[in-house]
Write a protein that binds this ligand. Structure first.
Ligand code: MF3
Ligand code: CO
Length: 258
């Protein structure tokens, strides 16, 4: 991989045409997340929700980015309760009071957008609602730092600062990433101010910012299925992600319905 003088990998810039195509992919991600959110109810299985996500993405003329990625078997990652990310859809029925992290990608003409949202299933506890809000706040705090002249580390510092102030922890073993021609491009975007985060952001970069916030400790482990990350202590975890284009005037979120 090409490296520039600081020893960090080059961050590919997106021209106007690439950005326009990524916006189309981003809108499809947002629509698919909304569809899954609308269909959510106690009793529905994660497999049924995955089928809906796939139909929605394909119906809008895009390709599900995750399907087949490093052998991943589904369109969406659907992570329940103490599952952090990369939960594999299947026959599991959701129950009232669960939370469901929905993470999916759409590819349009070879350009990728990636997004995630954690939904309550039916009525959840006040404490769970507070965790969901903290996760969304952490993502918003990170996105606000995605502007030219700031550094990668500023994003993680804002995410971690916000999360700690809420009394929660951010997962350190998984991070956000550049996104574009492939789902994972340089740079890595840690959710805390990690070493190596001094790269300066500039207009034309595209980042997938995706904090995972745990109610308990920050530790995670991977299950025997080789994919599903869960919290070490069994505490609840939430995950929110947007793909962001860095514009001269600041962040443009492309995985939102506008
Ligand atoms: N949003 C996740 C990520 O950026 C999704 C990848 S999961 C996989 O890493 F299934 F596609 F591998
Ligand atoms: Co991602």
């Amino acid at each position: 991989m090409a490296r520039h003088r600081s020893g960090q990998p080059q961050i590919p810039l997106k021209d106007a045409r690439a950005q326009a195509t990524m916006r189309r992919a981003g809108r499809i991600v947002a629509l698919a997340l909304a569809k899954v959110g609308e269909a959510l109810r106690p009793g529905i299985t994660t497999g049924e929700l995955d089928a809906l996500a796939e139909q929605t993405i394909r119906g809008l003329g895009a390709v599900p980015t995750f399907l087949g990625y490093q052998g991943y078997p589904a369109t969406a990652c659907l992570s329940v309760n103490q599952e952090v990310v990369h939960g594999i859809p299947g026959p599991r029925p959701l129950r009232e009071g669960d939370i469901l992290g929905v993470d999916l990608g759409a590819t349009v003409e070879g350009w990728v957008a990636d997004g995630a949202f954690t939904f309550p299933v039916g009525v959840v506890s006040a404490e769970t609602t507070r965790l969901l809000e903290a996760g969304q706040g952490a993502l918003a705090a990170g996105i606000a730092m995605a502007r030219p002249g700031n550094r990668i580390r500023d994003i993680g510092a804002a995410i971690e600062g916000f999360t700690k102030a809420q009394g929660y922890t951010v997962v350190r073993d998984l991070c956000g990433h550049g996104v574009g021609r492939s789902m994972h491009e340089p740079p890595q975007v840690p959710n805390y101010p990690a070493p190596g985060g001094e790269q300066v952001l500039s207009a034309g970069m595209a980042l997938a910012i995706e904090p995972m916030v745990n109610a308990g400790g920050a530790g995670v482990r991977i299950l025997n299925d080789g994919w599903t990350f869960v919290t070490l202590d069994g505490s609840l975890s939430v995950h929110f992600e947007h793909t962001v284009l860095i514009q001269p005037e600041g962040p443009e979120i492309i995985t939102l319905l506008r």
